[in-house]
Design a protein around this ligand. Structure first.
Ligand code: SF4
Ligand code: SF4
Length: 244
């Protein structure tokens, strides 16, 4: 029986334990294409947009003082209706509910992998001591925008949960083709200009205590962002035209 206080993902609290299956004693290290396909299908069933994969190098693990090698990143898009609501404490709560609901499904993904002989454990999505973005960047499948968002091609309003696993042969992308984004951002700056709270300092660093995203669900910086309004591919085409 799970202690009620552990049932939600919370800062400075242990991970909830919704696993139904134990990790195998001797975990497998190679996954077949078919099984990975099945895992993607399972994720899609719960409205996740897809999975990205990170492999952490020894230098990275040393720099960030972590001891995990292979990471699955389960991506989902925050609901459009919710995003467009005016910021208020109720919106903040609804956004948190959405986040928690997606998170519970990720235990099912871990159980799927455990059942098939792999070690699989959630990474705490609100662990202040871990840089989830740095881990995400190791996938070569995302980039950090000027507004300090982690942009995947799936959408700017993409959230994610992570599982670390014994699977060694994840199809990690070898080269990041999104590294043009900071150059585009340098020509834009709408997110900073439109922030109602002036939550960016003179060096454009986000001041978390000033930003009301978590408390009230402010999304103004990405509602105005071309990556949200037009989508990744259209912004890329525009950037390519600009550079001709
Ligand atoms: S609003 Fe402009 S500067 Fe800000 S993240 Fe989006 S593209 Fe980059
Ligand atoms: S979420 Fe709102 S308060 Fe926070 S940086 Fe973006 S626009 Fe500013």
């Amino acid at each position: 029986m799970i202690d009620a206080s552990f049932e939600r993902f919370r800062y400075h609290k242990p991970l909830p334990n919704f696993y139904k299956i134990e990790n195998p004693q001797i975990p497998k290290r190679e996954i077949s294409d078919n099984l990975l396909f099945e895992l993607n299908e399972l994720a899609e069933k719960y409205n996740f947009t897809g999975i990205s994969y990170s492999k952490l190098s020894d230098d990275f693990k040393k720099d960030f003082n972590i001891d995990i090698d292979n990471v699955l990143i389960f991506k989902f898009l925050m609901g459009d209706n919710l995003i467009k609501m005016e910021p208020c404490p109720e919106k903040g709560k609804l956004m948190d509910d959405e986040f928690q609901e997606y998170g519970v499904h990720v235990y099912e993904f871990a159980d799927f992998l455990r059942k098939n002989g792999f070690q699989a454990d959630l990474i705490h999505p609100l662990d202040d001591n871990l840089s989830l973005r740095a881990i995400a960047m190791q996938s070569n499948d995302c980039v950090i925008t000027r507004s300090n968002m982690c942009l995947f091609k799936d959408g700017l309003h993409c959230g994610f949960f992570m599982i670390h696993t014994s699977i060694d042969n994840l199809p990690v992308i070898s080269e990041n083709d999104m590294l043009w984004v900071p150059d585009f951002c340098s020509t834009c700056g709408v997110c900073i200009d439109r922030c109602p709270e002036n939550a960016f300092d003179e060096n454009e660093k986000l001041l978390r205590k000033v930003c009301t995203a978590h408390r009230e669900g402010c999304n103004e910086c990405f509602l105005k962002c071309p990556f949200y309004r037009r989508g990744y591919d259209k912004v890329k085409k525009r950037y390519e035209r600009m550079k001709k």
